[in-house]
Ligand binder design. Structure first.
Ligand SMILES: [Fe+2]
Ligand SMILES: [Fe+2]
Length: 274
């Protein structure tokens, strides 16, 4: 089974850039790159910050784009989204408590989209109602479960990023701890930096976003840091005994030197010590 994770697409009205980059152009570039190189992927999951300002037109544009794709797409909301506006355009995501969450079937197991949105804040929340919903979804899930959420449940240890991470992670963690045998992976976004680690023994991963990039700047303790690192998405391979995740930097514009080509020969002679 192969899945694609994209994160922090931050759609804006046409032509409005963030960090000098156009989110709409970069999102469509990411889709084209993923579909060309991984036509056998069975789903794309976008882990939040779908819109930069939670505007209705961004969700309308997103719906229009994904309805035309030859692959199913599943969405999580992030701090830049507006839950009510998102649910106006994507009502099928609303759970019984009004959160934007859902369970979807995969060829090997189940995917669960979590809503970590909180009003008037960039930080993430997973309240007791959402925990109850997740508990039930995990109890009912047959086979391994991949969780998809926006906010990081693990600290990055970069001060300003951690101020807006998932706040009540002990409560969320108590559900994960109970089901750590069933939850195979947790995928998230929000930080705009690639991350991996574990949460209550469950492997966690985040790629850089499809538009603007952050940087793990440990020297800066209060303010977020941006960079010009390439735009990226992730491709995730699951087999019987392993999970392999690549962060694909589709925004990289430098050369790719294939072994055997003249370019590669020159590079090999110049840079390889034998
Ligand atoms: Fe973001
Ligand atoms: Fe975010």
């Amino acid at each position: 089974m192969k899945l694609i994770q994209m994160t922090d697409i931050h759609l804006t009205s046409s032509g409005k850039t963030i960090g000098g980059r156009d989110p709409y152009i970069n999102f469509t570039r990411a889709l084209e790159h993923a579909l060309t190189n991984h036509p056998d992927a069975e789903a794309i999951i976008i882990t939040g910050d779908l819109s930069d300002w939670g505007e209705k037109t961004d969700y309308e544009v997103l719906r229009e784009i994904i309805e035309k794709l030859p692959i199913s797409v599943h969405l999580a909301i992030g701090n830049h989204d507006d839950r009510a506006t998102f649910l106006d355009i994507f009502p099928e995501y609303e759970d019984q408590n009004g959160h934007a969450q859902k369970v979807f079937q995969l060829s090997k197991g189940v995917g669960i989209i979590l809503d970590t949105w909180g009003p008037e804040t960039h930080a993430g929340f997973y309240c007791s109602k959402r925990c109850e919903w997740l508990q039930k979804a995990l109890d009912e899930a047959k086979g391994p479960v991949s969780l998809f959420m926006h906010h990081n449940p693990i600290p990055t240890h970069v001060g300003p990023t951690d101020q807006i991470m998932l706040q009540n992670r002990e409560l969320f963690g108590s559900v994960i701890k109970k089901h750590q045998q069933k939850v195979s992976n947790i995928f998230f976004g929000h930080c705009h930096i690639p991350l991996s680690g574990t949460f209550y023994g469950v492997p966690v991963f985040a790629p850089r976003g499809t538009n603007h990039a952050g940087f793990a700047n440990f020297k800066e303790t209060t303010l977020l840091t941006a960079s010009d690192l390439p735009q990226a998405y992730a491709v995730i391979f699951f087999d019987q005994h392993s999970t392999t995740i690549h962060m694909i930097e589709f925004g990289y514009e430098g050369p790719l030197r294939i072994e055997g080509s003249p370019d590669y020969e020159t590079w090999d002679k110049e840079f390889t010590m034998r």
